[in-house]
Design a protein around this ligand. Structure first.
Ligand SMILES: Nc1ncnc2c1ncn2[C@@H]1O[C@H](COP(=O)(O)OP(=O)(O)OP(=O)(O)O)[C@@H](O)[C@H]1O
Length: 235
């Protein structure tokens, strides 16, 4: 579904990703592990076209994403929930959700369905529809960001630290939503600092160090690996 090979990317003249290759198959949840600054967010930003690649290949459903705008990539079905949420604070929650549907992938009845699904996952989003997004707590904003991504009718999701700043109960809610989307067949590439909990819902994972993939294994193998447990799972 998503195939990345020998990807180089970075900021200006600085290269952060040095030849990353990875893939996500239909229906898979794949977790990216790595220390702060390893390049995980940079990878997601490059996939979604927020950052131009320097070289390499990214294919989504057999189509190259190179030179496509982020807007086009969302229209192709790949939605990105960035770290730090980046919702529009001056707009209401409802307006944020409508912007999520702006890509035009869904017709009006599908948009209604996506809205209902988002409300079922995140009841607080429905309760706060008319509130200014900036008036929501950090955790509530995180849920709006995920709901907004669902409004584009994604066939794949890139989630960057979806549980950042959430209370423990809400962390589990977010991971339950990940598991539920997986049941619906939506593949997810997930960066998550609660790596043990993330690997519990993931099929596979990649470990990234200094912009390079240094390990690639099933979630069960990563959970059992002493080095991974020590360095990334805090066990
Ligand atoms: N806008 C930017 N301009 C220049 N350098 C950046 C920018 N964003 C990130 N970097 C640098 O790129 C490197 C990788 O950052 P990135 O955010 O991809 O790491 P990460 O693995 O997601 O880390 P974290 O877990 O802390 O979010 C870091 O050295 C960071 O300082």
């Amino acid at each position: 579904m998503l195939e990345i090979s020998n990807l180089h990317s970075g900021y200006g003249s600085m290269t952060i990703l040095h030849g990353v290759s990875l893939n996500v198959a239909p229906g898979e949840v794949v977790c990216l592990l790595g220390a702060n600054g390893a390049g995980k967010s940079t990878l997601l930003r490059t996939i979604s076209g927020l950052l131009p690649m320097k070289s390499g290949r990214i294919h989504f459903n057999g189509q190259s994403l190179e030179k496509h705008s982020t807007e086009k990539i969302v229209r192709m079905g790949l939605a990105h929930v960035p770290e730090g949420r980046e919702i529009f604070g001056g707009l209401t929650v409802d307006q944020n959700l409508r912007l999520g549907a702006y890509s035009g992938r869904l017709n009006s009845s599908q948009i209604r369905q996506a809205r209902e699904q988002a409300f079922a996952y995140f009841p607080v989003v429905e309760r706060k529809l008319q509130s200014k997004a900036s008036a929501l707590s950090g955790g509530e904003q995180q849920m709006v960001a995920m709901a907004r991504a669902l409004m584009s009718g994604p066939s794949m999701l890139l989630l960057d630290e979806p549980s950042l700043g959430l209370a423990p109960k809400m962390i589990q809610t977010v991971l339950d939503v990940v598991a539920s989307l997986k049941q619906l067949g939506v593949p997810i590439l997930l960066v998550e600092q609660n790596a043990t909990a993330a690997l519990a819902v993931a099929d596979r994972g990649y470990v990234i160090e200094h912009g390079r993939v240094v390990a690639d294994a099933s979630a069960a193998q990563l959970l059992a690996d002493d080095t991974v447990r020590r360095n990334y799972l805090g066990l």
